[in-house]
Write a protein that binds this ligand. Structure first.
Ligand code: PEP
Ligand code: MN
Length: 263
């Protein structure tokens, strides 16, 4: 990685009073998609109660099938804003289309760029024009170098508040949804100063694997986790099979705090 043409990275990205990178462990959790006001506020209250700092939830969903639930759009952003007001949590939500940058930016604290858009260079350049932190998820078929170069697009266009998120890549293995690349986390943290978050929900696709891989990611050097959690995963409109229950999440936070102290 050292031969790459990369800029000086920010070791710690500040999201208001929340620091991502450095000593603190960042916990981002919430449903895959914002589905209703009640669903989101229930999830938000639980994230806050357990000491998480950031609420996730997609208002614009990049679904494989055009017939699947596509998200609530601006209505979803309004529920996120209400949850922030009520709990004090910061918000991370996906920006899917270049045309929506102003809209999404006016509601969120972190702009999430999803796996499918990691090499959407037009979108990445536009993100240089704001100073809102950007969480850049790894493309599911992107090498580490391609991922870092995508981050450089944002940074070189003027926004150095970039956080990476490892969310698993497509390999020959089909027993899990993706293969979480723990090597990549250890490698990036060894060579560069840039915050890295681990997403074991999309990385594994299975609820029972989320907690072990979250702990593995923190042990490998990740600065925090992003996990999907739903008040009633059986009824989820998106990614229920990989969503933690509220109780699962409580247990995970407890275990993670112990792992973070050990590393
Ligand atoms: C998500 O986090 O909601 C998501 C769609 O993830 P990814 O872009 O990693 O598939
Ligand atoms: Mn999801």
């Amino acid at each position: 990685l050292t031969e790459l043409d990369v800029s000086d990275h920010k070791e710690v990205v500040e999201v208001g009073d929340v620091k991502i990178g450095g000593e603190d462990l960042a916990i981002m959790a919430g449903p895959c998609a914002v589905e209703s006001r009640e669903q989101l506020l229930t999830a938000a209250d639980h994230v806050a109660k357990e000491g998480g700092q950031i609420l996730r939830g997609g208002a614009f969903k990049p679904r494989t099938s055009p017939y699947s639930f596509q998200g609530l759009g601006e209505e979803g952003l309004e529920y996120l804003a209400e949850a922030r007001e009520r709990t004090g949590l910061k918000i991370v939500t996906e920006l899917l289309y270049s045309d929506d940058i102003e809209l999404v930016n006016s509601y969120t604290d972190i702009l999430q760029i999803g796996s499918r858009n990691m090499q959407n260079y037009g979108l990445l350049k536009k993100l240089g024009e704001v100073d809102t932190p950007v969480m850049l998820k790894r493309g599911y078929a992107a090498t580490i170098k391609e991922w870092l170069m995508a981050a450089e697009y944002v940074i070189s266009h003027g926004n150095d508040n970039v956080i990476l998120c490892e969310r698993g890549i497509r390999t020959f293995e089909t027993a899990t949804r993706n293969t979480l690349d723990l090597n990549g986390i250890a490698l990036i943290k060894d060579k560069l100063n840039i915050p890295v978050i681990i997403d074991p929900s999309h990385g594994t696709g299975q609820r029972n694997l989320v907690s072990p891989m979250a702990k593995a990611g923190i042990s490998a050097g990740a600065d925090g986790i992003m996990v999907e959690m739903h008040p009633n995963p059986e009824e989820a409109l998106c990614d229920g099979q990989q969503s933690l229950t509220l109780d699962d999440f409580s247990q995970l936070v407890d275990e993670l705090n112990r792992v973070a102290q050990a590393v």
